[in-house]
Design a protein around this ligand. Structure first.
Ligand code: HEM
Length: 261
């Protein structure tokens, strides 16, 4: 169970000790404070609880308040007792075992920044292809799904095939790619599109490793449809630009998956 106890505008004034309560078994967590840069969560683990090895995309610190346990961080065992303060860098594998009832605050720092720009040459080339995408976008995305479903038929089950037949999904993808081409230097303005698509992706269980499948199908489709206009320079620019867009989605979808976990 997780609930937010304070916000930056309405701080919680009481003693943290008063918030500690242990479940019969497992973990009780309470988000004490959260803003867009960081999150402070109180974890209360019942004696005997184990958290299997996992990683986090964010830097984290653990501050132990009471109890006893063992944190295994990068294969090194660290005893957790009141007052212990441990820094865990992003992506470091860690696991936890509570030998006694154990209470600690976990502080997650700012999300690591993804690259938010492409080179100036790429930017110009992408913008120069926008008129082509406006005209032939849906032809490209229809071809892209054709290539993807032929080479990777297993992804078909994530899609509504009716929307493929009536062209509405290729149209939605074409609109998104055209918007990206015209706003690649102002990603902030794509926020509402990214939100909508990322939520739809999470609903349909899209995984980070699937972005390379879509990427290679999309680039091939551009070549097929644009013909001579798909010069090596244009294709190299789209390869770089696609990677950036994929990272934006992967990062946002990761956050949504974590919130829903
Ligand atoms: C940068 C790459 C991608 C872009 C620009 C993109 C764009 C979109 C858009 C615009 C939609 C429609 C959202 C809505 O309902 O309004 C969508 C839906 C969807 N996308 Fe993506 N997508 C990308 C990557 C992927 C990947 C890697 C997969 C994995 C196979 C995927 C699978 C899906 C699925 C399953 C849906 C729902 C389609 C349906 O309802 O039939 N997408 N995407």
């Amino acid at each position: 169970m997780a609930n937010t106890i304070a916000t930056p505008n309405a701080p919680y004034n009481s003693n943290l000790q008063a918030l500690i309560e242990y479940p019969q078994q497992g973990i009780l967590s309470k988000v004490i404070l959260k803003d867009k840069n960081s999150q402070y969560t109180l974890f209360c683990l019942a004696k005997g609880t184990e958290i299997e090895e996992h990683t986090s995309t964010r830097n984290a610190t653990v501050m132990v308040f009471e109890g006893a346990g063992t944190l295994t961080l990068n294969q090194e065992k660290i005893l957790l007792n009141p007052g212990v303060f441990v820094f865990m860098p992003a992506h470091a594998p860690h696991a936890l075992e509570a030998e006694e009832n154990l209470a600690f605050v976990l502080i997650l720092s700012e999300q690591p920044q993804v690259k938010t720009f492409v080179s100036p040459e790429t930017l110009e080339r992408i913008k120069s292809t926008a008129p082509l995408l406006k005209k032939q976008g849906q032809e490209i995305t229809t071809r892209m799904y054709e290539i993807m479903f032929k080479n990777h038929p297993e992804v078909k089950e994530q899609f509504n095939m009716e929307d493929q037949k009536n062209g509405s999904q290729p149209a939605r993808l074409a609109t998104a790619i055209y918007s990206y081409a015209t706003h690649i230097d102002d990603l902030e303005s794509l926020k509402s599109m990214v939100e909508r698509v990322a939520h739809r992706h999470v609903e349909t269980h899209v995984q980070p490793e699937q972005y390379s499948i879509v990427g290679e199908s999309l680039l091939q489709a551009m070549k097929d449809v644009l013909g001579d206009a798909a010069t090596d320079e244009v294709m190299a620019a789209w390869k770089e630009a696609y990677q950036l867009l994929a990272e934006v989605f992967i990062k946002r979808e990761h956050q949504i998956y974590e919130q829903e976990a």
